[in-house]
Write a new protein. Sequence first.
Length: 286
Amino acid sequence: MAREHVTVVLTGDGGDEIFGGYMHYKRELSLSHIPAFMRFLLGYGSLLMPNGMRGKKRLHNMLYDHATRCVHSITLFPDGSRPSMYSPDYFAHVCDHDPFERQLSEYRKVPHLDVTKRMQYVDARVYLADDILVKVDKASMFNSLETRTPLLDQHLVEYVSSLPSTMHLHNGVLKYLLKKVAAGVVPAETLTRPKHGFSVPIKQWFRGDLNAYAHELLDAPRARQRGIFNPQYIRNLLNAHASTKLVNYSEAIWALVCLELWFQAYMDEPTLHSEQIPQVEMLRNH
């Protein structure tokens, strides 16, 4: 829609990372005030909960140090599932690779920062740089649109980063400084409105119509012949998500579906367009 009227647009990317807008900043700051032995007891109690149960991962992560806890909190699959998730041959190729090392190495670079600033630093270096900005850049280029990110102005970032973290997260208020600056310019109801992402109901989808679709796609001969995943693990994951509301593997299933569709579009048939793949059309029409 924007491209119909302008060729350059401004984005708000960087606001959460630079000014402290993510909920995990608040959560980790609260956890840092809990004595270590209490965190250990809570984490140990998670071992009694079934995999995928709401809250299990968050409790289990209390067994780890701050950096490891933050990295593990964003994983999609249960801890320790790699040996059973992959086929034996494929796992032999990747077993020595630590998928968490990229982010953990960033945490090790800033041991002197407090809890909040460490997370902001890593999020800016990894999530913002390698995910958010890449996504926006590709989408805008596809539509012949240029974007500008005023909140990532070098001098602004350097200044805001030099301020104490209590200016970013103050008495439980996320993006405290940015909201104070915007007061009187942006309506109060907008500033006080709870954070709301652009989520889609994949949890319900994969318990309904898309469960059969996911089974058909991920357990098809073509998918099994890739030799990457253990077919029984995939079946168990799909069945567990569909059979009870106590567990939620929707994000893991979504990642597997996207990966398989990517294989079909770019590895099996390099010249195939997405609209020529029936499974993609089904997702679009859902």
